[in-house]
Design a protein around this ligand. Sequence first.
Ligand code: AMP
Ligand code: ZN
Length: 438
Amino acid sequence: MPVWNPSVELLDPAALRAMQLDRLRRLMTYVNERVPFYREAFRAARVTPEDMRSLDDLRRIPFTVKSDLRDNYPFGLFAVPQHDLARIHASSGTTGKPTVAGYTANDLALWGEVMARALSMAGVTPTDIVHNAYGYGLFTGGLGVHIGAERIGATVVPVSGGLTKRQVMLLEDFGATVITCTPSYALVIAEELAEQGIDVATRLELRVGIFGAEPWTETMRRELETKLGIRALNIYGLTEIIGPGVAQECEHAAGMHLFEDVFLPEIVDPESGEPLPLGEEGELVLTTLTKEAMPVVRYRTRDRTRLIPGECACGRTLVRVERIMGRTDDMLIIRGVNVFPQLIERTLLSIEDLEPQYQIVVQRAERQLDDLEIIVEGTNVLFESGAEARRASVGERVTRALNDTLGIAVSVRIAEPRSLPRSEGKAKRVIDRRDLAT
Ligand code: AMP
Ligand code: ZN
């Protein structure tokens, strides 16, 4: 597999650390001069670039959190005047104002660089046809993959999300070798292929899928690999940092290599904010070392993961991050028990006769006890006439498995195939009705 930028991706770790430290000091000087928010934060914490004698001193710098972005909406954290901005992207939050990110021409070049590294890591070359079904627009997914694929010199099909029948037609007619979209939308495409009776092995040229922008599990990887006849690889990123292209799995799929020459990672205890030892699971904190328009310093991503120590068989020295295990803010607390949506997904997908389509509904019952209902689609066999007993027994098996793994009682409903809503972008799996009930 080609390495896009060997001078960085294979760099000696000591040289990499020195580069990070140097860039960190420069970044602090840069934002101190240009962004009142950081000037004030550094002053209050009494920290200066000279205090950064080693990367361990990073912990002296205060965090930047989501609400800092909101408080400075829309352009308050920008470090360049508007005429230096080449592009603006935004991520639509669940409520209120979006999270905004600005890019200079150099930032776009950086994005192209990290996305070219990411796509190369997944095996994309100039001879590939990339069917890019991430949404185009303010969302960073579509244009992020686009800029990297163009940089590599691959052929890009900028199809964006939606109109699934047409996606399937174009996949076949254009002979795409690479598909990029959210894992949940990849499933929707897989369903449509199956519906039309298209044999992926003989009628499609697809070889690899690069999926991200939302959490997914190993079991989901296997589903997608089988249904689409591809290798499915994970890509990670977020608008606040750059968009997709922060980290990417190589062909060994043993964690995502993080482009730490430009995005400095830390793992902290989500409660105390204290840095955790290498290998422990916590919240990912990222610092953009070279961005111009909207650098962020110690940004708390709220994504739960860990850094994987040790070398990767691909030879890259870049640290790997484990598959994102969920967000610190999507953990549900139900009757005092911490419930992670991905654990539910993993449990559901381990049971036969179920489709990888589910919804997690939380409600506050009258007596104040929260109620967790899992709705999961069954396969067609469970809904044939005379299959009631089989359906009931699958339902019982799911209930038991979930009760065991989660440690709390849940109610389970097996829904008909294709009855739950499908998404073209990020799936909405958790429906928390508790706010409405109070
Ligand atoms: P956005 O800025 O709207 O693109 O959302 C970024 C967020 O999407 C991240 O902070 C993660 O929570 C989530 N995300 C992105 N990529 C992945 C991935 N590969 N696995 C799990 N979650 C992801
Ligand atoms: Zn690797």
